[in-house]
Structure formats: structure tokens, C-alpha cells
Design a protein. Structure first.
Lengths: 169, 251
């Protein structure tokens, strides 16, 4: 009997918690809220994921990494199904508190606790972002788009270091 | 529901975002400042992501072996249904950000409606894209204001761009045949339904940017029906030549 025959959904969730975001390798796809659901039917597994940003190039890599991890766990190639759903739309609200802490420790300012669609009024005052290194709120946005589409680029007025901020989405 | 109208409409949405993504990408590596080079490239990436979602949906609707790649790389200019506004050459920075502003304001209005469409796929894509468009709208609108209410040269350049681009904005809020069909079936609203909202956004930013709208109100159109300017030819030639030269090639 294969180990797959006795695998539990709990075990599967912890397996997926070992699949990391290729850009931010301290965050797992579970921390990010990308994995929406898991369906286990005998030896068949279906993982339901949702994309973060429409054009996020990491989503393809994440899909491959999930598949590879499941193959390593013992699932058969033809028994693995990864389904992408668009609705409900991914939001930074789904990022776990643990995920936010990991981001901060990595040097990226996490998104605010409540997701807010960017205020479309021109030059509207944005919420102050805290520097992940020194904790100061004396920070300035350099660009609304940073190293990736999901991040904005900031600089700290106190410790003078630049940092990325994971945008509210 | 009229399937052909839905296919045409989805392709229209896909073509809009693909062609604009291509035009914006021409700035990658050539932006005036590094952070803005990155910003515009990220916007192009968001648009490309939207394009892929629409093409994938269109391919499913068409069937017959159609894929996102065959739709993007193997159709000719007369099959493309993008608005003329997005195929125009990028010009200088002023023209690029002004074009982006007009288009993002249009997407903002359009997606707010589409997120409630009874077509679940279109609604799903719209909800997703709306959050991204909010950032595009802020970024481009703020640049219009900076340039308009900037130096004498920046003001001259963007006022010139406004004369240039204004005749292409009418098409955004006019309905093609397939849009009228879908509106009659209650799947979407005709674009003229958000004309006031779009104009309000535009007028607000123009005022703050101290820019004057052209007096001439002649509007160009035809893109939605496959009648394009010479500019589209250049975009497609560059984008499609590899697939057409080596059909079926893959990484």
C-alpha cells in the first residue's frame, strides 16, 4: 500500500506550506492565501489556487512547484490536478498574520491589515508605511511600482534604507 | 446568449490590453528615470496578465484547437478589435502617460460595470483587474498633472499630446455591433452609459493639469471593427514574426 493511500488533508496542507513564493522565499503559498482549497479523492488530489495579480509571472512557477512537491510526496502525475479560479478575487486580506510577520522579518513592509483598493483621487494621502528595519513611520514612497507589480518602493527618512512595501490589493 | 458576440467582445477586451502592453513595453530599458521605467513595465505586465485571461476565455469559447497563443500571434490586423487609441505609437513620455490615463479611466469605468456582469468569467476577470487599474489610474493621472502643471516645456509637450490623442477617445465610449448585441441581452452595458463618469474623471485631471481640451470634436473610430491605422501593422510585425517564421516553436 502506498503512503498516498493513508495521507490526510491536514498532512497535505502542511506539505503545501513547504511550497514557497519564488520571489519571497520566506512566504509559502498557504501564507499568501493562494491555495484556496484541497480536494482529496482516494489517490487523486485537486489543488485550487487563485492568482494574485493578473500578470504575476510567478504563478506559473508556483503551479510547477506545487506539482513537483506533490510528485515528491508520492502522487502519480496523472492524479494531480491544479485548478485556477478567479472568483472570489485574491486580496491581501487573505495573507495570514504569520505571513505578514515573515515579510517584515525579510525586510518587506507588509500590506495594511484591511485591504483597500487604491484611492483613485490624484495625490491623495496614502496611509503611512512603517520601515521594516527601524520601525519608523517617517517614510516616503519613491515609486508606486517596485521590484515586482505587487510591491511599491519606499525609502526611510530615519535609517535611510530603501525597502519594498507589499501593496494593499 | 449570442456566442459570436461574446467571442468578439472578449477578443476586443483581450486585444486592447495586449496591444497596449506591447506599446508600453517599448519603454522598458528606455524610461526617463529608472523608477518610472519599472513602473510602466509593471503596468504593461498587469495588462498582459489581463490579456492572457481574456484570450484563454476566448479560446475556450471558440474551441476548435484555438489557444491564447494562436489568437495573439496568428491573427491578422483586420481580425484585431482593439481601440485605435492603444495601437498609436508611444511618442514621448507625455503622449505615453496621457494615453495611459485616458485608457485607465476607461478601464476603471468599464470594469466597475463588468464586475456585475452575468457572464461569470468576464465578471471574475474584471474584479481582479479593477484593483490593478486603480493603481494605473493614480500613476498616470498624477503624471498628467505633474507635466501639465509643470514647466513650460512639459506643459507644451502634454498639450501637444492632448491635441494628438483626443480624437481617439470617442471610440472608447461608442458601441460596436457586438457590444450592442450583448447589451441587448443584458450581459454588459453599452459604453456610452459611463460616458459622464469618464468625462468627469478626465475633466477633473485636465483642470488640475491646466490643460485645455481641443475645440475640434471630430472622433476617429474603426478599431473595434477591425479597421486599423498603419500603426498596428508595426506592432504585429514585431510581435508575431517569430511565431510566423517558426510556427509552433516553443521554449
Amino acid at each position: 500500500m502506498s503512503v498516498i493511500d493513508t495521507i490526510s488533508t491536514e498532512r497535505l496542507w502542511s506539505v503545501l506550506a513547504e511550497v514557497y513564493d519564488p520571489e519571497v522565499p520566506v512566504l509559502s503559498v498557504v501564507d499568501l492565501g493562494i491555495v484556496r482549497d484541497l480536494k482529496l479523492d482516494g489517490r487523486k488530489v485537486e489543488v485550487i489556487i487563485t492568482p494574485t495579480y493578473s500578470g504575476c509571472p510567478a504563478m506559473q512557477a508556483i503551479e510547477w512547484d506545487i506539482r513537483t512537491r506533490l510528485l515528491m510526496e508520492g502522487f502519480d502525475r496523472t492524479d494531480i490536478k491544479i485548478t485556477t479560479v478567479l472568483s472570489p478575487a485574491w486580496t491581501t486580506d487573505w495573507m495570514s498574520a504569520e505571513g505578514r510577520e515573515k515579510l517584515k522579518a525579510y525586510g518587506i513592509a507588509p500590506p495594511g491589515p484591511t485591504a483597500s483598493v487604491c484611492d483613485t483621487r490624484m495625490f491623495a494621502q496614502d496611509e503611512a508605511v512603517q520601515c521594516p528595519r527601524c520601525g519608523s513611520y517617517n517614510t516616503t514612497m519613491v515609486s508606486r511600482f517596485g521590484s515586482t507589480a505587487c510591491k511599491a518602493f519606499y525609502t526611510c527618512g530615519d535609517c535611510k534604507e530603501p525597502f519594498d512595501h507589499f501593496k494593499c490589493h | 446568449m449570442s456566442k459570436q458576440a461574446l467571442i468578439d467582445y472578449t477578443l476586443h477586451l483581450a486585444d486592447n490590453t495586449l496591444i497596449l502592453a506591447q506599446r508600453n513595453s517599448e519603454w522598458t530599458g528606455h524610461g526617463p528615470i529608472l523608477e518610472q521605467d519599472i513602473a510602466l513595465s509593471n503596468i504593461a505586465l498587469d495588462l498582459l496578465g489581463q490579456a492572457r485571461l481574456y484570450y484563454q476565455y476566448a479560446a475556450r469559447l471558440i474551441g476548435n484547437g484555438a489557444t491564447e497563443d494562436s489568437l495573439a500571434y496568428l491573427r491578422d490586423s483586420w481580425d484585431f478589435k482593439n481601440c485605435l487609441l492603444v495601437e498609436l505609437d508611444k511618442g514621448d513620455w507625455a503622449k505615453t502617460i496621457l494615453r495611459q490615463f485616458f485608457f485607465s479611466a476607461y478601464q476603471w469605468c468599464l470594469y466597475q460595470q463588468l464586475q456585475n456582469s452575468k457572464d461569470e468569467e468576464l465578471a471574475g476577470i474584471a474584479v481582479k483587474a479593477l484593483k490593478e487599474v486603480a493603481y494605473h489610474l493614480r500613476w498616470s493621472g498624477e503624471w498628467v498633472i505633474r507635466l501639465g502643471d509643470g514647466t513650460a516645456e512639459s506643459h507644451r509637450r502634454i498639450q501637444y499630446a492632448l491635441q494628438d490623442l483626443w480624437p481617439y477617445t470617442g471610440e472608447l465610449i461608442s458601441a460596436a455591433g457586438y457590444e450592442q448585441t450583448l447589451a441587448a441581452e443584458g450581459v454588459i452595458f453599452v459604453p456610452s452609459s459611463f460616458k459622464d463618469e469618464w468625462l468627469a474623471k478626465v475633466n477633473g485631471v485636465m483642470a488640475e493639469a491646466t490643460l485645455t481640451l481641443p475645440a475640434n470634436n471630430w472622433m476617429q473610430s474603426g478599431g473595434k471593427e477591425g479597421k486599423h491605422t498603419e500603426h498596428l501593422g508595426y506592432v504585429l510585425a514585431e510581435m508575431q514574426y517569430l511565431q510566423r517564421t517558426y510556427p509552433g516553436n516553443e521554449w
